[in-house]
Design a protein around this ligand. Structure first.
Ligand code: HEC
Length: 129
């Protein structure tokens, strides 16, 4: 009996964890409104105050052509995989000291999950995968 309770508990833990890690792209689109002041995404996206964010996950930092990055970003040596981006978006100036992105960061893990799910939809041409 005890073991059954334990198994049920573990399954619940696993389920709630995977649900949390998934992220909700629709909620992420709302959070992206805060980024839109400076960033565009999608097929018609152009560089603005910040670089366009198409195909972000998996590409090296500072790699969007025609955008003038700060040396800090350009030479960071970062590749935007998911864990690195998560760290960054919580505290951009801490992850890349000297960056010209003046955004304080997202505080809640849920916001980060959702914005990752939103960004991951767009390939390098801004098409939804
Ligand atoms: C006030 C303007 C502003 C806001 C708001 C902003 N950013 Fe930025 N972002 C920038 C600028 C400027 C850069 C270029 C940084 C540099 O060159 O140092 C940048 C760079 C980045 C980069 C690195 C891109 C690359 O090609 O290496 C990522 C990723 C990023 N921003 C994501 C976000 C996300 C996601 C949000 C919203 C949660 C956001 N930013 C909000 C201005 C902003």
């Amino acid at each position: 009996m005890r073991r059954r309770v334990l198994v049920a508990f573990l399954m619940l833990a696993v389920l709630s964890h995977s649900a949390k890690a998934a992220g909700d792209p629709a909620a992420g689109e709302k959070i992206f409104q805060r980024c839109r002041a400076c960033h565009q995404i999608g097929e018609t996206a152009r560089n603005a105050v910040g670089p366009k964010l198409n195909g972000l996950i998996g590409r090296p930092a500072g790699s969007i052509e025609g955008y003038t990055y700060s040396p800090a970003n350009k030479n960071s040596g970062i590749v935007w995989d998911e864990p690195t981006f998560r760290d960054y978006i919580k505290a951009p100036q801490a992850k890349i000291p000297g960056t010209k992105m003046t955004f304080p960061g997202l505080k809640a893990d849920k916001e980060v999950d959702d914005v990752v799910a939103f960004l991951k939809q767009f390939d390098a041409d801004g098409k939804k995968k």
